[in-house]
Design a protein around this ligand. Sequence first.
Ligand code: ADP
Ligand code: MG
Length: 476
Amino acid sequence: MNHNHENVWANCLQFIKDNVSSQAYKTWFIPIKSVRLEQSVLTIQVPSQFFYEWLEEHYVDLLRKAIGKELGKESRLEYSIIMEQPVAGNSPYTVKVPTTNRSAVRNRSVSVPVDPAEAPIRNPFVIPGLKKLNIESNLNPNYSFDNFIEGDCNRLARSAGFAVAEKPGGTAFNPLLIYGGVGLGKTHLAHAIGIEIKNKSPEKTVLYVNAEKFTHQFIDSVRNNSVNDFSHFYQLMDVLIVDDVHFFSGKEKTQDVFFHIFNHLHQTGKQIILTSDKAPIELQGMEQRLLSRFKWGLSADIQVPSLETRMAILDKKMYADGIELPREVMEYLAYSIYTNIRELEGALISLIAQSSLNRKAITLDLAKQMIDKFVKNTAREVSIDYIQKVVCDYFDLPIELLKSKTRKREIVQARQIAMYFAKKMTKSSLANIGLHCGGKDHATVLHACRTVNNLSETDKHFRRYLDDLDKKLNVQ
Ligand code: ADP
Ligand code: MG
């Protein structure tokens, strides 16, 4: 039989496509990859636990039918889930879950390395000196440079990463340390560099590891008396990517072993790429000698993305997933979630899920309800940008004028209203609000708020404007 997993999956897809809406097909089936076929067990890879649960919940019968048609009654499906979030110390890892006997499976879900057959992790202690190893890089192909939107927030880190990918170990950027807040793209960029190196120089051994996983492996190796093997293994790499090195804080023994690995790699001209949630200077609980080495190369930060970058990221993501959203919905998402790209993407996915679950069109209202639920627990507030946009849309004025210094009457009034809502709805200081609204000082903002309050009491029309805007701005 010339069954290979790709053909089998392609046929399944054909069948599935005829049986679900095209939106559902694009959202839930296109992102699936087939991984292997062994004795009527087809393994597919899905991007997240959420994704897996969704498929199990809604499409398991269809999937079974499709696979049954291809491979017969004995066939079975296994999922392999790539998790990007570190869970229980493993990142990324896969969970293998057969479709049969689901409740038992859920409990038994175990984390194993990305490819159990070849993974370096389960048994990293291969014979030292054996250079040609089949080492799984642990790189996620979705995290490529192509999928990484460039913006002012990440330009330096991105171009340094690109330079490193061109000439691993051969630039001044060794180590390259990428740092920045949560969900801003450090892991993505680190993978992108690794992927690019593999594309350009396939012979190079690249390994991505999360600092937490590294630490656990090290602890295991102490327990098993195999620290030397552990350290040798890492010294075999041409390119070592260690994600979230802040995790090493306060862990002296792990820092020691990493220090030696670092030195060995650096001295032999190998490339080291690190990410951290803080600048080296702010990393507490880190040995001085290690910190000083972190600073040898280049430390490049990733900042919070601007509104345009957030829109571009959403655009890209929607395009990749074949989704279309009304412009106002997309703008609303980008305006409301501004400190964390992971959250922004999460909101987008939830929105799509909500809409396909309830068979509701994706409207601004749905987006507002969803965001309220989704982002409630994290610090969220309507942004000044969003308030300005809503006010300008309402009065049909260009937002640039509101942000300018112009003293035209209708602009002044709109600006005052925007200041009033910003004071009421955000935690921004008066000075900051002023800065956003034509570079005014805090006294001007105070004056604006008073004026708006006064007018709302005396002018019926004005009161209406405020009520309308209040409704538009209020998430409920
Ligand atoms: P961090 O490691 O900094 O916490 P991640 O790299 O995990 O953040 O990024 C979170 C999510 O945001 C990922 O899904 C990633 O693909 C996405 N992302 C971050 N930055 C960008 C970007 N510049 N372009 C496209 N997607 C991005
Ligand atoms: Mg990360």
